[in-house]
Design a protein around this ligand. Structure first.
Ligand SMILES: Cc1cc2nc3c(=O)[nH]c(=O)nc-3n(C[C@H](O)[C@H](O)[C@H](O)COP(=O)(O)OP(=O)(O)OC[C@H]3O[C@@H](n4cnc5c(N)ncnc54)[C@H](O)[C@@H]3O)c2cc1C
Length: 285
């Protein structure tokens, strides 16, 4: 196993200063549930890494607070902390449903939401729910910070647009009104400690028999979790019917095939997704 020097920080500023000087040769570790697997298997992506920067105990990154019209979730909040938070439960039920199904109690005790985003596996379960809530992320370096929509940093599997001297410090979610109907669905090979074969998050606002607004995002189906904004736009103000939901489910399936091509899992995943997504939309209405 390759040897790395290990640097633990309990405050943000010194950690950012370290990243400014050594970012290109460093790798952040938060809960370590992805990192330790990579370290133990000697993953080649760690070849240029000399320093491991432990941020798990930086308390500034572990708050969940509502201020004004947004909720801020610190990057080092664990899934356990997010799942039991009253504000998350009340304003972001889709996120709560997703984090409660991640891994096992042991994993949820240490795995962080920031790590889930930054690792950027196609099947990362917290990302689709964050996307439907229009999440933004705050990326900090010593002299700078930028706040960008979450989708802007999701480049490709295991590759985010976070610069070597930057750290994801928080996720910012606008407070949604309470009129949204919601759903999160995760399909795995078993019910516990299960990697998503597919997942989706839906928010739906209706006005009598019409769609006022709809957001949906998918995990483990595209190369990275994503929303289908064009399709959402097309659906606004349409009259709800079983035929409409059937058509939407077919179009989602088509978009997946257009982007990912026919893969070994396609004959299973596509009809399964189509039927599950249709059923969820029917259940919501
Ligand atoms: C048994 C098991 C079951 C699992 N089940 C699931 C599951 O059901 N669903 C699911 O989505 N995932 C699952 N995972 C994956 C994992 O737990 C998550 O991806 C977790 O959220 C990663 O967070 P972490 O704090 O452990 O990240 P780490 O392993 O510490 O880091 C992951 C990556 O993110 C980077 N990073 C971490 N924090 C920051 C930051 N603030 N700024 C910049 N970069 C950062 C690290 O450098 C590294 O590249 C499972 C893992 C295991 C081992």
């Amino acid at each position: 196993m390759k040897k790395h020097s290990f640097h633990k920080f309990t405050e943000l500023r010194p950690a950012l200063e370290f990243m400014e000087k050594n970012g290109a040769q460093s790798k952040i570790i938060a809960g370590g549930t992805d990192m330790l697997v990579d370290i133990r298997k000697g993953a080649s992506k760690l070849d240029p890494v000399k320093h491991i920067v432990d941020i798990h105990d930086i308390q500034e990154l572990r708050n969940i607070e509502i201020k004004g019209n947004v909720c801020r979730i610190g990057a080092c909040c664990t899934f356990k902390e997010i799942g039991i938070n009253e504000d998350v439960r009340s304003y972001y039920p889709v996120l709560k449903m997703a984090v409660d199904r991640i891994g096992s109690p042991q994993i949820r005790n240490v795995a962080t939401i920031g790590g889930n985003i930054c690792n950027l596996a196609a099947c990362a379960d917290s990302i689709a729910p964050l996307l439907v809530y229009d999440a933004q992320v705050r990326l900090c370096s010593v002299g700078d910070e930028r706040i960008v929509p979450l989708e802007n940093i999701l480049i490709k599997p295991y590759k985010t647009d976070i610069h070597p001297d930057e750290m994801l410090t928080e996720i910012i979610l606008p407070i949604p009104d309470k009129d949204w109907k919601y759903c999160f669905y995760k399909l795995g090979r078993r019910s516990g400690v299960s990697i998503s074969r597919l997942s989706y998050a839906i928010l739906l606002k209706t006005n009598k028999d019409k769609i006022e607004d709809i957001h949906f995002a998918f995990g483990a189906l595209f190369s990275v979790p994503k929303r289908l904004l064009d399709l959402e736009q097309e659906l606004r103000h349409q009259t709800i019917s079983a035929d409409l939901w059937k058509d939407v489910s077919r179009k989602v399936a088509q978009k997946i095939i257009e982007e990912t091509g026919i893969r070994w899992s396609t004959p299973y995943k596509i009809p399964t997704l189509q039927q599950l997504f249709f059923t969820s939309l029917m259940d919501l209405t």
